[in-house]
Design a binder for this molecule. Sequence first.
Ligand SMILES: Cc1ncc(COP(=O)(O)O)c(C=O)c1O
Length: 353
Amino acid sequence: MGDFALTRHLPGLEVPYVSLGEYPTPIEHLPALGDVWLKREDLSSPIYGGNKIRTLETLFADAQARGIKRVWTLGAYGSNQAVACILHARRVGLEPGAVLFPQRATPTGADNLRVTLSECERVKVLRSIVTFPLHWWRFMREHGRSSYLVPPGGANPLGALGHAANALEIAEQVAAGLMPTPAHCVLAVGSTCTTAGLLVGLPLAQKLGLWAGELPKLHAVRVTPWPVTSRSQILKLARSTARYLEQIGGPRIDIDPKMLVLNTRHFGWGYARVTRSALAAKQHFEELTAPPLDTTYAAKSGAALLELSKELAGPILFWCTKSSAPLPRVDAAKLANGPAFVLRWLTRAQPNR
Ligand SMILES: Cc1ncc(COP(=O)(O)O)c(C=O)c1O
């Protein structure tokens, strides 16, 4: 608990940090898939884990440093970030809120929305994405000054530094012999925050002498549409994160675009639209008693992993990004008072998780 690898290796760095997660997250071999290893980000917290926790640690600390008590986040109905934000903010004295826009109804999305509504008083559920700009303008007028805004996915340079720290953590785990040096990493790319952070953190680990050998290729598996997850957007956030790192006292890091492989093969028809390959990967992981894969994010990267494990040589490290912590019990009375269009959306959720 409370281990921020970035300031441990760069003690002079002026970066806000508040501890939410439990690190290092384990690395485990998945021998059934050959030379495949799992980075168990799903275990980053028993309260609610997944990849969003590292992002919130720097962003929440920034809110605290600015003396702001209320943190708002923005995401789709089934947003993992909204759940993470709501369940962790109160632990560090912050009051959470969320603005949610519609997505395709899925069971895991519905589970998340139930928790979000049950656990948080300040949730604005939009009926349509079309009205979002108007709502956002009104929202900013009302809350802009008094609130801290966590961007979708936490995708800004400060949020991405949490994932840069993870790269140092992995370098230490490799040096400790927990796995051979990965030649490839496979992860879902949604807001670009995690991928961009790793594009900074891995060369940083090399610069600090923590990484032996070549840096791995990052296979970022698209789960949100272009242009959100275009190559240029991912590299743009990586470069601005590297600049920010230098501004706060870190070394200069050059981003190598050749490290990034954008994998678009498993996106299907859109964000949160379930694909056959994702369902097959989810089922395969269940059979192997491997960590859970959700159909919106991790199962699409899982599908890419199954394919790439047959095509690529060398150790592959797969990011288990979906929390495996049990969700809190939902207050049914609170839900029943929700708007009719939200209740309809919840009942539309499909049986395939
Ligand atoms: C379970 C899960 N996996 C992967 C991602 C993608 O990570 P990023 O938004 O940092 O690209 C998300 C984003 O919300 C997520 O919730």
